[in-house]
Design a protein. Structure first.
Length: 410
């Protein structure tokens, strides 16, 4: 089949959104001929990967806005506005291509967000949307735990989402999609309320076979103090302030325990202040942002991953920790709650902030005191990652879905 893929974020050997784009293209191209619309700034990494292993049935189409429309975008500043404008350019490029190629299926892959627009449904081809997320919100009782800036961010996000849901572009996408793949139950509920049919929950998170093998080779720790780790951007909604409060409870029972945080971001100053206020200076280490290989090395030196995110479509680090035989302690929200099962970790109730903090603390103390429990959960986590987080199974699924969609049966 001839497939047009929209992958704004698409980069080899990467996690998160860029990894989603690249790996979906890899899997689709196992069985089909693919034209990929992506950004020019992804080109260098893609071409390096192609030099090592060419992909003969993938055609890369690099799309960007004129320089005068992109000069102001720096990093994450202005990313959503730029993305919306880029979608117009992607649609025009897709329409030109379709005049020559006559696509069988059009598939929007990244961004993984249902309330940001895509214009490719206007090509009037069998259209697949997703996996898309973005339907998750910080539970209302937890808003009080955020900084003033964090609360404003969540209000603005909720408002922008509500406005976008009423817009013509999101509603047309919902109406014409032959299949909607969503990353969480929360997003499924929102797109179904908008009238979406053929909705299926499917995590955006998957790992390459090389990563599964490398992480699976990391043996559980058998010596040293109990050590937990968190990995991610330091922003309020990641919930690291809650994990620090839980770790303070752990230290009362286990004074030798340690907690490492990997990453950086605008909330770092607040997190460092919380560490001082809780008297955790000697136990908490900020390791800063690290290359992916170094993150894996640090993960190998820890016993448990703590991932207290308050809204998360995916949760790549959870899958990586599970593949490395590390139990995961997360909140019962979003993507992580779909990944973590009772035999591979703890998805803690989020009725109130205090209950969530105490639930995480209890889970960590139990894991710290019982090495056999850690080993059992770690092995179950590895097995689950092997069975449910491999990209190959996603490729098989999407090929079957394409045939159903093209036949009008999805």
């Amino acid at each position: 089949m001839k497939v047009l893929v929209s992958a704004y974020a698409c980069e080899p050997a990467a996690g998160s959104e860029p990894g989603v784009g690249w790996n979906w293209v890899e899997q689709i191209s196992r069985h089909h001929e693919v034209w990929v619309l992506t950004r020019q700034n992804n080109r260098a990494g893609i071409e390096r990967a192609l030099q090592q292993r060419p992909r003969h049935n993938v055609h890369w189409v690099y799309v960007d806005l004129p320089r005068w429309l992109r000069f102001w975008k720096r990093g994450r500043r202005g990313i959503h506005a730029y993305y919306c404008m880029w979608q117009v350019a992607a649609y025009l490029a897709g329409r030109r291509l379709d005049g020559d190629v006559r696509f069988d299926v059009v598939h929007h892959v990244t961004f993984v967000n249902y309330w940001l627009p895509t214009f490719l449904p206007f090509l009037a081809k069998p259209f697949i949307w997703g996996p898309v997320g973005g339907g998750e919100s910080v539970p209302r009782p937890f808003l009080q735990t955020l900084s003033p800036g964090g609360r404003w961010f969540e209000r603005l996000r909720d408002t922008a989402r509500a406005i976008a849901e009423k817009g013509i572009f999101v509603r047309r996408t919902v109406r014409v999609s032959r299949a909607v793949l969503v990353t969480t139950k929360e997003t499924a509920s929102r797109v179904q309320e908008l009238g979406a049919h053929h909705v299926q929950v499917m995590s955006q998170v998957a790992l390459a076979e090389d990563d599964l093998d490398a992480l699976g080779s990391l043996a559980p720790r058998s010596t040293g103090p109990f050590r937990a780790i968190s990995i991610g951007r330091f922003v309020d909604w990641k919930g690291f302030h809650l994990a620090l409060a839980a770790f303070a409870e752990v230290r009362r029972d286990l004074p030798s325990s340690e907690y490492w945080l990997v990453g950086d971001g605008p909330a770092r100053t607040r997190l460092e202040r919380i560490v001082r206020e809780l008297g955790l200076d000697a136990a908490v280490t900020f390791l800063g942002p690290l290359p992916r290989a170094e993150v894996f090395a640090r993960l190998a030196q820890c016993d448990v991953l703590v991932h207290p995110s308050l809204h998360e479509s995916g949760g790549w680090v959870c899958a990586e920790a599970m593949a490395a035989r590390r139990p995961v302690v997360c909140l019962a929200l979003g993507g992580p709650a779909l990944q973590v099962t009772p035999d591979s970790g703890y998805a803690v109730s989020v009725e109130t902030p205090n209950e969530a903090i105490q639930g995480m603390a209890n889970a960590l103390v139990g894991l710290a005191r019982d090495a056999d429990l850690r080993a059992r959960m770690g092995e179950a986590a590895r097995q689950r990652a092997r069975q449910h987080c491999g990209w190959t199974t996603r490729g098989d699924f999407i090929t079957a879905l394409y045939h159903r969609v093209a036949a009008g049966a999805a």
